[in-house]
Design a protein around this ligand. Structure first.
Ligand code: COA
Length: 168
């Protein structure tokens, strides 16, 4: 019997967008298990706490039974080994993502050659989407409806209500 293929989908998810969910859904249809791993990144100043990001992710992925949400710190490959994952799953939105992703994939492979990085493309509708843009648009009163799950919209409303205009 072959071992189940476990994929880690790492990121900051500050906050999770529909683009991330698109990749999680695609990954969950191919791999036996997808672990969405939220990075405790000391270099980035997040809008949402780690606990909030995890709570949101757990809620919005709860219908996918082979998707788990976890946190990690330190090297991604060390976490992948600890979780017995053979795959690191990453989304490529546009060619501009490629340089950075290629460097990370090769560095990770140098450290752990048995772990493969697999790239997937989200739906074109999300190819321009990023968590920073969502936060910026929201902070300036724009609508992010359709770009993030409704739960994220609620969290954004609580986190930055004064800056948001009434949306129709
Ligand atoms: N849809 C929407 N947005 C997406 C997306 C998608 N499918 N895929 C990526 N993004 C966006 C994110 O929202 C994020 O936007 P932001 O910068 O505006 O917040 C941006 O692309 C990149 O963020 P993310 O994918 O979360 O990656 P990251 O740069 O925060 O972290 C890690 C990347 C976690 C893989 C990397 O930092 C890591 O491995 N860290 C652990 C330490 C380590 O091992 N270092 C050595 C690496 S070789």
């Amino acid at each position: 019997m072959t071992a189940p293929v476990i994929a880690i989908y790492p990121g900051s998810f500050d906050p999770v967008t529909n683009g991330h969910l698109d990749i999680i859904e695609r990954g969950s249809s191919i791999f036996d298990q997808v672990i969405v791993a939220v990075l405790l990144n000391v270099a980035k100043e997040p809008l949402f706490s780690l606990a909030d990001r995890v709570a949101i992710l757990k809620e919005v992925t709860r219908n996918w039974h082979n998707v788990e949400v976890d946190t990690f710190e330190g090297l991604l490959v060390d976490y992948a080994v600890a979780r017995k994952a053979r795959v690191i799953l990453r989304g490529i939105r546009a060619v501009t993502d490629f340089d950075y992703e290629f460097q990370m994939a090769l560095m990770n492979r140098r450290m752990q050659p048995q772990i493969e990085t697999v790239f997937m493309m989200p739906a074109e509708a999300y190819s321009y989407l990023s968590s920073s843009l969502v936060k910026e648009v929201c902070a300036l009163g724009g609508s992010v409806k359709g770009l993030v799950p409704p739960l994220v919209d609620e969290y954004l409303e609580k986190r930055m209500p004064r800056h948001r205009k009434k949306q129709r």
